[in-house]
Design a protein around this ligand. Structure first.
Ligand code: HEM
Length: 415
């Protein structure tokens, strides 16, 4: 692969806010800059005007935008008809997909089933609960280190380090290594669209780090995820070194940016809704339910794609074999048909919450139990420690159609 490849973005999309046709409405979703603004009015329009909208604009890949909750579930639960192996990002439509053993998001059954049987036990709720005490210690230390009486960038000070420290604990590596994980995770994300000499060097550095760790754990097993995965065996199949490297890398990316943005977006939402913050302070037992609502509200993963493996009908719309379908989790999570007339309101006491922030079906998030524990512990600690939180400046949002990212957000905490 050439060292410097053209950056694959569709920022030149020619559609505007006044877009009228269904195709133009869908095409806006392919522009990363669109996602740095409030996408919800546009998504609401898509849901009502064109729940399945086909993008057929010049210079934009051809794809269906799926904005309704029910359609997203129907597609996600049928991986035989809607596969992942032809790509899960819009970018994948304009590049050659490399075959990477163990890249879970891109694998279909039956191989996918085999991988998940091997991995699921290591991520069970009971296994993740064992990490809770450590996780609490990590967040308390970060809160203790916050400067008092002045605005704090919660991204730099809290929500970047916290999930990385938890992943380090999960893997069984020293917590001080988290800045390297941060660097590697960023490089892996960048490498999905642009391979540079620097990314090749850094990915090599990461592979060596993990290979060394695997070699150590093979001779000196410990009670950690690295040991568990290098010894995992289902039907005589164990993970190869290549699969293990890919897997640890995926954990860094999948478990880091996602959780970070749930926590950043959740804190911002609570700062903007002081009544909801107060509800949690009054009764911390509400926090597990609030976490589901914050997952719905923030939806850290905006979209993933599937490809139709045959001609098929979805909600009376004819989809052809080979058609890509973009599943819009962000839209499904505000769908009035799924969440009722209060779908556009933040309600941390919402009891019935069929949110799809972790996806659904075959590829349902492997780290969901861990993310839920991290978020619960995080919000328990901040609501106990501070009486109020307020925005002290405008949060900066990432221009990305995949991750609902917040790059900085100054907040003022009052004890
Ligand atoms: C708030 C936090 C998180 C969110 C919103 C989230 C979201 C998602 C979503 C939407 C998918 C489904 C992909 C699809 O259907 O194609 C997914 C898959 C995945 N997630 Fe998460 N995730 C989170 C945290 C984590 C954590 C903490 C880990 C691991 C430590 C993790 C590891 C994975 C992996 C490995 C997959 C691929 C599963 C598969 O394809 O079988 N995630 N995640």
């Amino acid at each position: 692969m050439p060292a410097a490849q053209a950056r694959l973005t569709f920022a030149t999309v020619t559609t505007s806010a006044e877009a009228q046709t269904n195709s133009q409405l869908a095409a806006r979703l392919a522009d990363p800059a669109f996602w740095a603004t409030d996408p919800h009015p546009h998504l609401a329009r898509l849901r009502s005007q064109a729940p399945l909208a086909l993008c057929e604009e010049p210079d934009v890949p051809r794809f269906w935008a799926v904005s309704k909750h029910a359609d997203l579930l129907r597609i996600s639960r049928d991986p035989a008809t809607f596969c992942s192996s032809k790509g899960v990002l819009l970018m994948d439509l304009v590049r050659d997909l490399p075959h990477i053993p163990g890249a879970l998001l891109y694998i279909d059954p039956p191989d996918h089933v085999r991988y998940r049987r091997l991995l699921n036990p290591a991520f069970s709720t009971s296994k993740m609960r064992a990490l809770e005490a450590n996780t609490r210690t990590r967040v308390r230390a970060l809160i203790d280190a916050l400067p008092s009486g002045e605005p704090v960038d919660i991204v730099a000070k809290l929500t970047v380090p916290f999930p990385l420290l938890v992943i380090a604990d999960l893997l069984g590596v020293p917590g001080e290594d988290w800045p390297r994980f941060y660097k590697w995770s960023d490089i892996m994300i960048g490498a999905a669209t642009e391979i540079t000499d620097e990314s090749i060097t850094m990915l090599g550095e990461m592979a060596n780090y993990f290979l060394e760790m695997v070699a150590q754990r093979r001779i000196d097993p410990r009670d950690d995820l690295v040991t568990m995965l290098c010894h995992a065996d289902v039907d005589g199949h164990t993970l190869t070194d290549e699969e293990l490297m890919m897997f640890y890398g995926q954990l860094l990316v999948a478990g880091n940016e996602t959780t970070r943005n749930l926590l950043s977006g959740g804190l911002i939402a609570l700062a903007e809704h002081p009544d909801q913050w107060q509800l949690l302070r009054d009764d911390p037992a509400r926090i597990p339910i609030a976490v589901e609502e914050l997952l719905r509200w923030t939806t850290p993963v905006i979209s993933f794609m599937r490809t139709a493996t045959c001609d098929v009908t979805v909600s009376d719309t004819q989809i052809s074999e080979g058609d890509p379908l973009l599943l819009l989790y962000t839209s499904a999570n505000r769908d009035e048909d799924a969440f009722g007339p209060t779908a556009i309101q933040l309600d941390v006491t919402r009891e019935t919450n069929n949110q799809v922030a972790f996806g659904f079906g075959e590829h349902f998030c492997l780290g969901a139990a861990l993310a839920r524990i991290e978020a619960r512990v995080f919000f328990e600690e901040v609501t106990t420690r501070f009486s109020t939180i307020a925005l002290a400046g405008e949060p900066q949002r990432l221009a990305s159609g995949v991750i609902a990212g917040i790059t900085s957000a100054p907040l003022l905490f009052t004890s």
